[in-house]
Design a protein around this ligand. Structure first.
Ligand code: C2E
Ligand code: CA
Ligand code: CA
Ligand code: CA
Length: 281
């Protein structure tokens, strides 16, 4: 506790000061990381639940800092979002993911029909230029729009539903798919689900994780699948780690699955070999 008013104020000031310094220095690091090419993408396969064959992958960002440590996106995406750097970073992710898939498609027929999912952040979704950016990147990389799927969360949609609706409609008109990420964890409205031009729901990993032990979670998963199908949407389960979970998802009629059971996120150097193994298994 504070012993007197003067001390209290001093402690408070220095805490704010050191917090601000830390933020500023991390912001500088992030900025330099972009210039120095310290970001890279890894790709996690999404499989057909019935056949286990690969249908596409999700691009996930990583940061290898100047000390050689790999930093998780959960550590730096919120800061990039706060500082606005996410717009540049998000554009880099989009370009990198689209050009990588376009390159693979050119060299390897196994990639025909595979899609890449890219995560958007809230600032990107509210960026007036998002559709133009996406459209330009698809043209520059020569990737067919239907090969790209953008993942947004319910919370992002509900921040400004009218505006999100307009943007998603523009993206859909381009031919790009929209997926709701982390479904079930956000502040969601079933009415909006029906209204937004969404093709795909991703059931959050927290429901999948203890489905075997927690019957209520399995009921939720089954209800989400039924709801999605009734609305004409397909469903992906994320975070599938156990064979038992896979069997339960199969019984629930869940269309697609993603998780360590099938594959961890892998580097683009490894992915072509992985795709050929997964398609021939
Ligand atoms: P997310 O979009 O929900 O991504 C799924 C996360 O679950 C990834 O963590 C993935 O590696 C992890 N995961 C996949 N399968 C399993 C599994 O079987 N078990 C467990 N325990 N985890 C699994 P990651 O790569 O650390 O990404 C964390 C979050 O960071 C993402 O959550 C997403 O919100 C954000 N993120 C990642 N890449 C990007 C990006 O390029 N842009 C933006 N805006 N956000 C990103
Ligand atoms: Ca995601
Ligand atoms: Ca997710
Ligand atoms: Ca998430």
């Amino acid at each position: 506790g504070r012993s007197n008013g003067t001390d209290g104020v001093a402690v408070y000031d220095s805490q704010i000061f050191s917090k601000a310094l830390k933020l500023i220095s991390m912001e500088l690091d992030l900025h330099n990381a972009l210039i120095n090419n310290e970001f890279f993408l890894v790709y996690q396969p999404v499989v057909d639940t019935k056949t286990r064959s690969i249908t596409g992958f999700e691009a996930l960002i990583r940061w290898k800092n100047s000390q050689g440590n790999i930093i998780s996106p959960t550590k730096f995406i919120p800061l990039a979002e706060e500082t606005g750097l996410i717009l540049q970073l998000g554009e880099w992710v989009l370009f990198e993911a689209c050009s990588t898939l376009a390159e693979w498609r050119k060299n390897n027929s196994l990639f025909n029909g595979l899609k890449v999912n890219v995560n958007l952040s809230a600032r990107q979704l509210s960026d007036l230029e998002l559709t133009d950016t996406v459209s330009r990147i698809l043209e520059e990389t020569n990737l067919p729009p239907e090969c790209l799927r953008l993942e947004v969360t319910e919370t992002m949609l509900m921040e400004n539903p009218d505006y999100a609706d307009i943007t998603l409609r523009r993206l859909k008109a381009l031919g790009v798919g929209i997926c709701i990420d982390d479904f079930g964890t956000g502040y969601s409205s079933l009415m909006y689900l029906q209204q937004f031009p969404i093709g795909n729901l991703k059931i959050d990993r927290s429901f999948v994780a203890d489905m075997e032990k927690n019957p209520a979670n399995y009921e939720i998963v089954k209800a989400v699948v039924a709801l999605a199908h009734a609305l004409g949407l397909t469903v992906v389960a994320e975070g599938v780690e156990e064979e038992e979970q896979h069997i339960m998802l199969l019984e629930a009629g869940c269309d697609f699955s993603q998780g360590y059971l099938f594959s961890r996120p892998v580097s683009p150097q490894i992915l072509p070999d992985l795709v050929s193994t997964m398609q021939h298994s």
